[in-house]
Design a protein around this ligand. Structure first.
Ligand code: FAD
Length: 424
């Protein structure tokens, strides 16, 4: 790469900043249509960052539409049969997830493998290039039109470089530098909770068949924890009130295990204690659920978490990012293929944001609710639990939930129709 402030010859008409699910799928869809794409990723190794792994049918469907189903299906994954919900250590309910044969079911998919698969599929096109291990620091503005973004500045071990393109997509995630530098940052709303995340060996009591495992949810006394049998290990997401992480750090891993053990069932508590030495690097995830008012400036649009950071609730962020990529492809491909005028690209960015806002806003609204209810300590939570128990005793729950099918919920199938267009 050329040294400080020199200009790299543009290799592409499109730059995509960030190779997460949004950037990776968008790169593939554009490259497949012959558009010259440069994808830039800060990390040189996908496995080094934490990434959520739950993928709902609404996201998986995007791989099917992109013609990547076989590759996606071959990735390491697990599916689950039911969710066991525990209240104050005791089993409260078991919700089974029966899916019709021809429908997709939620799965936990290795994110590093998924992103590597997307990039390797992109490499099949000569018009694609991937720059990894470099950090994009800011947008580059047109000298003739200082309001228009025409590239990015990147930093690597050799210094600062610039690279130009006809259009820039910022898919650099929740803390997007491109968003900030382009002046699209607005005050944001952190959620009231954070998550401590870690992995440990899988217990047999959650099922030994990778296709038929049980997810466990523990709540009560102001605590909420998810125990998810992933494709390789058991993942724990332990919800804590925002700002309380320093208390956990003070107590150390042993203190945390002790604390969790007080709120989970006996079999899980024994498993935690038995594997106290095997916890894989617990770390704090700062949770936000945000929606930026403007997703574009001339020459650049945001998508995925860069436009609307998603909470982990309901495993929605990856799905939404993949669906953003498909809708962006629908709006931009016809224009990029015909080298349309800049003003038409800017119009497409606004149409894209308008189309995606409906689903993103509605899903985020649904994401806000469950933690607020389940983390509660008040009498209303006890009343709710008593109501559920009474329904179970009388069999009323079977009647009430007779027609409930997870596959018909917005978390499973999405809210708006997202269909990849055919391009000629
Ligand atoms: C605790 C937690 C658990 C979650 N679990 C789930 C789940 O199970 N299922 C689900 O669907 N969603 C989950 N989510 C949400 C999900 O992770 C995100 O919504 C999703 O990854 C967004 O995809 P994206 O492509 O927009 O951004 P990201 O996945 O964040 O990708 C952005 C990419 O840009 C790169 N990048 C960033 N800055 C730069 C830069 N300056 N230069 C170059 N590259 C850069 C990053 O390295 C990264 O690869 C979870 C979120 C959290 C916090």
């Amino acid at each position: 790469m050329a040294s400080s402030s020199s200009h790299i010859q543009p290799k592409s008409s499109v730059l995509i900043v960030g190779a997460g699910p949004a950037g990776g799928l968008l790169a593939y869809l554009l490259a497949k249509e012959g558009i010259a794409v440069t994808l830039i990723e800060r990390h040189s190794d996908f496995s080094r960052v934490f990434r959520g792994e739950g993928l709902m049918p609404s996201g998986q469907e995007m791989f099917r539409q992109a013609g990547l189903w076989q590759q996606f299906d071959a990735l390491p994954h697990s599916t689950f049969q039911d969710t066991e919900i525990f209240y104050k250590k005791k089993l409260l309910a078991r919700q089974s997830f029966s899916f019709a044969q021809d429908t997709l079911s939620p799965r936990f998919v290795s994110q590093p493998h998924m992103l590597e698969m997307l990039v390797s599929e992109c490499h099949k096109f000569k018009n694609f290039s991937f720059i990894k291990g470099v950090r994009v620091t800011k947008p580059l503005y047109d000298t003739a039109n200082p309001h228009r973004i025409t590239g990015v500045e990147i930093k690597d071990k050799d210094g600062t470089h610039v690279t130009k393109a006809d259009y820039v997509f910022a898919t650099d995630g929740r803390s997007s530098v491109m968003r900030k530098q382009a002046g699209l940052e607005t005050p944001h709303n952190p959620e009231s909770f954070d998550i401590i995340w870690c992995k440990l060996p899988m217990p047999d009591f959650l099922g030994t068949d990778t296709e038929k495992k049980s997810v466990r949810v523990y709540f009560g006394n102001g605590h909420l924890g998810f125990f998810i049998p992933s494709y390789d290990m058991l993942q724990i997401g332990w919800i804590i009130r925002k700002g309380s992480y320093k208390n956990f750090k003070k107590r150390g891993i042993e203190g945390w295990i002790k604390e969790m053990s007080r709120h989970v069932s006996d079999d899980m508590a024994a498993h935690l204690q038995m594997h106290s030495e095997d916890f894989v690097q617990p770390f704090l995830l700062d949770v936000v659920c945000d929606f930026y008012e403007d997703w574009s400036v001339p020459g650049m649009t945001l998508l995925g978490d860069a436009a609307h950071p998603m909470s982990p609730v309901g495993g929605q962020g990856i799905n939404i990012a993949l669906r953003d990529a498909v809708v962006a492809a629908n709006h931009f491909i016809p224009l990029l293929k015909t080298a349309a005028k800049a003003s038409r690209l800017d119009r497409a960015a606004i149409d894209f944001a308008t189309e995606r806002s409906t689903e993103v806003r509605a899903i985020q609204k649904l994401q806000h609710r469950p933690p607020r209810i389940l983390l509660g300590k008040g009498i209303w939570l006890d009343i709710l639990v008593l109501g559920i128990q009474a329904m179970q005793k009388t069999g009323l729950n079977k009647l009430v939930f007779k027609n409930f099918r997870f596959e018909n919920t917005p978390f499973s199938k999405g809210i708006t129709e997202v269909k990849l267009k055919k391009f000629r």
